[in-house]
Design a binder for this molecule. Structure first.
Ligand SMILES: [Zn+2]
Length: 90
């Protein structure tokens, strides 16, 4: 879980936080890493979605606080997902 959180912080900082993202809308793969899946599920996959769903304006860098909130949201979703999966296997 700590590793996933580390990756989430990393992805948010490098792929979502910059003011200008050349490939915005395509920077988050649809599969691969649990964090990517969570980003799509939570509409945190690109600045376009953040703007649309959370009214985060585009063209500026995300604050530390915003990055933290996104990571928390993603981690909560991943934890819920893992619990569901575990329950399904029993
Ligand atoms: Zn998006």
């Amino acid at each position: 879980m700590d590793t996933i959180q580390c990756h989430a912080e990393d992805f948010v900082r490098t792929r979502l936080a910059p003011a200008v993202i050349p490939n915005d809308g395509k920077q988050t793969p649809m599969r691969g890493h649990p964090v990517f899946i969570a980003q799509h599920a939570c509409a945190c996959c690109c600045r376009g979605c953040l703007n649309k769903w959370y009214h985060v304006s585009q063209g500026r860098k995300l604050t530390e606080n915003e990055q933290e909130r996104i990571v928390k949201l993603l981690m909560a979703w991943i934890k819920r997902q893992m619990k569901n999966n575990a329950a399904g296997k029993e």
